[in-house]
Structures are given as C-alpha cells and as structure tokens.
Design a protein around this ligand. Structure first.
Ligand SMILES: Nc1ncnc2c1ncn2[C@@H]1O[C@H](COP(=O)(O)OP(=O)(O)OP(=O)(O)O)[C@@H](O)[C@H]1O
Length: 211
C-alpha cells in the first residue's frame, strides 16, 4: 500500500492560490476524503497528488512498502476515476477491457467475464462505450479502477450519475476491492465517503487576508 506525505504544498493558477501550506500525512491503507465547495480545489489537489499537474511550491513524497517512489513513477501504482477522464467511446466493452488490462494487471482471480458480471454489465460486452448510459459508464470507470492491481486509488466524485442501486453497488465494491488499498476521494456527498478515516477540508488551506 502507498503512503503519501505532503509538505507545505501549494498550487497557484496565475495570481490565484488554490491551496497553500498544505502539510498532511496519508498513511498507507487509509481512506481519505477531500471536501470543499464547488471550485474550491479538490480536483486540482487530486491532479497534483497524481502528478498530472505540478505543485507551485512544496512537495509530495510517496512510499510503497518502506521504499520511496519517484513522482515520475507514481502512475504505475495508481488507478484514477474522475469525471474529466473520458472512456474511449469507439471501443466495445470487451475491447476496452482487453485494452485496459494490457497496461494494468487485473486483481488475482478476476477474469473479464467475472468483472462484467460484477459491474452488472452482462449482455453489454459487444456494445460500444459511446452507446452506454452515463450510469453504465460510471460503473465501468469505477470497475476499471477497482479491479486493477493498483495499491493507490483516486476517485473524484465516485457516485456521480449513479442511482441509489448504483450507490449501494459502489459501497459494496469499495468494501470488497478497496480494503487493501490507499484511497483518496474528492467529494461533497457524505454517502460516498462515510467509510473514510481522514478528511482534508481544502478550504482550510486557502490564503487568508492578513488582519
Ligand atoms: N488549468 C487551470 N487553469 C486555471 N485555473 C484553473 C485550472 N484548473 C482549475 N482552475 C481553477 O481552480 C479552481 C479549483 O478548481 P477545481 O476543479 O479543483 O475545484 P473543485 O473543488 O474540484 O470543484 P467541483 O466541486 O466543482 O468539481 C477553480 O477556480 C478553477 O477555475
């Protein structure tokens, strides 16, 4: 499992500091939620944690089984589901599973047949992703993350587009397949992060005007 240490982390776009002086330890195996109002910087923090965007100042240290991991290698340990990451619409479900699992190992004992059943997408294997409903796409995004052999999971708004059955499914899948992983969730929806043991409220790390 991967542990993360943020030290005096700050991110600025042009003249606007999105967060500043964020020092935080996320222990390996913990479940962490990043909360804050719309536009407060949750997704920006997740992009910095996944090394997709650089910090403006400060640092992030990653460690896996007592060993430091370089920022340029963190993607190998990581699976991400986020609204801004699109699925390749021109693939069928079967093709996408084959493609995805060329790059990520599947969890031991799970074959594509079983994954499709777990995502309740049976009978959809030959359907193009472009023809999936938004809820089907969301289950697929989460399934691709959860069923990959990745010790670090980043989930941005994991239950967006899911109905109440889908939310129950997400909670069940998290209990079954995320237990042994370090998880960071961006959310404003208590029902999707009730199981988290750490909370970062991003608005606590804004630049405050000096009194
Ligand atoms: N590439 C960028 N360039 C300039 N500003 C950006 C960029 N990306 C994000 N921002 C700004 O950073 C701020 C935080 O955006 P972010 O998407 O991280 O918020 P969020 O908390 O995830 O919001 P939401 O809950 O609505 O998804 C916003 O003001 C946004 O306009």
């Amino acid at each position: 499992m991967v542990g993360l240490d943020l030290t005096e982390a700050g991110k600025r776009f042009q003249y606007e500091w999105i967060f500043k002086a964020l020092s935080f330890h996320i222990p390996a195996g913990s479940k962490c939620v990043v909360t804050g109002s719309n536009g407060s910087g949750k997704s920006t923090l997740l992009k910095c944690l996944s090394a997709v965007q650089p910090l403006t100042e400060g640092s992030i240290d990653y460690n896996f089984q007592e060993k430091k991991i370089k920022e340029t290698e963190i993607f190998e340990y990581l699976a991400i589901s986020a609204p801004y990451l699109e699925l390749p619409e021109e693939f069928t479900l079967s093709e996408l599973l084959s493609f995805h699992f060329k790059f990520k190992s599947p969890l031991e004992g799970l074959d594509h047949e079983e994954m499709v059943k777990l995502m309740y997408l049976d009978n959809q294997k030959d359907k193009y992703i472009s023809q999936f409903s938004s809820g089907m796409k969301q289950r697929l995004k989460l399934g691709l993350c959860l069923f990959s052999e990745a010790p670090l999971l980043f989930l941005d708004e994991p239950t967006s587009n899911l109905d109440s059955k889908g939310v129950d499914w997400y909670l069940k899948m998290m209990g079954l397949y995320a237990k042994e992983k370090t998880v960071v969730i961006c959310s404003n929806e208590p029902k999707e992060y009730g199981f988290c043991d750490i909370q970062i409220h991003i608005e606590d790390y804004k630049l405050r005007p000096k009194l």
